[in-house]
Design a protein around this ligand. Sequence first.
Ligand SMILES: Nc1nc2c(ncn2[C@@H]2O[C@H](COP(=O)(O)OP(=O)(O)OP(=O)(O)O)[C@@H](O)[C@H]2O)c(=O)[nH]1
Length: 342
Amino acid sequence: MTDANSELRQELERLRSLEKTLHMALDMVSDGIWDWDRVTGVVKRNAHWYRMLGYEPFSLPETVDTWLQLIHPDDYDGTVSRMQRYLDGQAELFSARYRFKKADGHYIWLHDRAKFVAFDGQGNPIRMLGAHHDIQQQVQAEQEQRNYQARLEQLNRELEAKVEARTRELAEANAALTRQVSLYSRQAQTDYLTGLFNRRYFEHLIGEHRIMPPRQECAIVLLDLDRFKEVNDRYGHPVGDLVLQAIPSLLKSHLRNQDVLARWGGEEFIVWLPETSKTNALQISERLRLALEQARFCHDIRLTGSFGIADCRPGDDIHHAIEKADSCLYLAKQMRNRVICT
Ligand SMILES: Nc1nc2c(ncn2[C@@H]2O[C@H](COP(=O)(O)OP(=O)(O)OP(=O)(O)O)[C@@H](O)[C@H]2O)c(=O)[nH]1
């Protein structure tokens, strides 16, 4: 009996010493240890636990309520339900991060981890050992990282918006520039008063062989309005302008789509008639002459025109053809209201 007692005492000593070692080890790896006896309801907390939270060691009631009262209200439900899950056997371990109230009223973030360490004869847990770890700095660092990330994303969004706006501005500027360029190039091709191609553009078309391709029979017609000075002198220059502006539609109504009409000089016009024989060029010019003669312009002004025609055969020089048409026009001018052909 005595031997049995002494063996039991020795075993108890060994267990106590083991537990002391365990607490020392826990002291080293955590900031506070709690030890809940589920039979008595007492929760022992070590001195570290109190110091971490700024309380006088062992100054708080050793109950579960002490724990519950110090949990931040916003973290309360989540923490308690995690504990309940463990108590109900639905988790391997109790593990929760929550804010916990210090003696000065401030909260710090803790990581709380615990496990059952003793069971009764029926296997019911009767003791739970847990460790509180101060993770305030870690949570702060995580928060700063999140803020930094959010700021970075915000900056990124702002940058994207700026790039998008700038791209839009550039596209608009580009479109405006394209419009401007096409306006300028139209202006460069067009005679401001009549809206017809100007002489420079007509010559450009010649240079590009878009007028008088080398293998085509065609004709050039030069037309000069007769005594136009008299219109200006009698009705004034603005009225002369109005008459000149009416000429293109009058002439075009007797021309084909493929014919090219341009203003050659003040009251002089040029027509290129593609795929047109000399006979046809004469007929067309005669029609134009008649149309002019019969037209009534503003103030009932009447006009006639003189025409010089040069026909061109494949291989002819276009400039030479224009010179020939000019010579014919010169002859026509001697009589006026005439069509003269080479
Ligand atoms: N209103 C107006 N008149 C112009 C324009 N360009 C040339 N003229 C006029 O055209 C007239 C040409 O005069 P002239 O060269 O003497 O020829 P014309 O009076 O037509 O006589 P002929 O050609 O010999 O039949 C001048 O009065 C010019 O001022 C223009 O853009 N607007």
